[in-house]
Design a protein around this ligand. Structure first.
Ligand code: COA
Length: 144
């Protein structure tokens, strides 16, 4: 069976968390990445989780979220054994199509400055690196 790209549901929760862990992405299992929180997030009409399956195995994931002003592509991760085949590009393109359908005219991603593979990936997809903009947060807890 070939690769299949499709929206994810909360039934995919364990596979998503495993993939983020394998990909080395930090996550907050007791906060916004808890099953309960992600279940609520997935129910939002302006948010979509997409995944690529190789047979039944989840090998790529990403989240699209439209906040009413900007579209965001979040948490893109690809199985370390499946990288370099354009899977992240496929996830990003699917997220973009969803966000444009929501009305987004600008699409953004937050990427750590040390993450050069991801920076290159988004730049290849046409994203401009806005080096002069900083990321400011106010968190309710360390898990938020
Ligand atoms: C970043 C990541 C998602 C890329 O996944 P991928 O499926 O291998 O990426 P693609 O095959 O779609 O590559 C697209 C482009 O990204 C760039 N790229 C991908 N991996 C790269 C690497 N290791 N070094 C430099 N550039 C890289 C290249 O420009 C590539 O285009 P090319 O193959 O024509 O050269 C993957 O490495 C990953 O899961 N990293 C860990 C999780 C992470 O950091 N996610 C990003 C959070 S913002």
């Amino acid at each position: 069976m070939g690769l299949e790209l499709k929206p994810l549901t909360i039934d995919n929760y364990d596979a998503i968390i495993s993939l983020w862990a394998e990909a080395g992405l930090p996550f907050k299992p007791f906060g916004r990445d808890s099953r309960e929180f992600m279940s609520k997030e997935m129910a939002l009409s302006h948010t979509a989780f997409f995944g690529i399956f190789d047979d039944r195995k989840l090998i790529a994931v990403g989240i699209a979220n439209y906040d009413g002003r900007r579209g965001w592509v979040n948490r893109v991760a690809v199985d370390p054994d499946q990288r370099g085949q354009g899977l992240a590009g496929r996830i990003i393109a699917e997220c973009e199509a969803f966000l444009r359908a929501q009305g987004a005219v600008v699409i953004c991603a937050l990427i750590e400055t040390v993450n050069s593979p991801s920076i290159s990936c988004f730049q290849k997809d046409g994203y401009q690196y806005e080096k002069e903009i900083g990321y400011f947060t106010k968190r309710d807890s360390a898990e938020a």
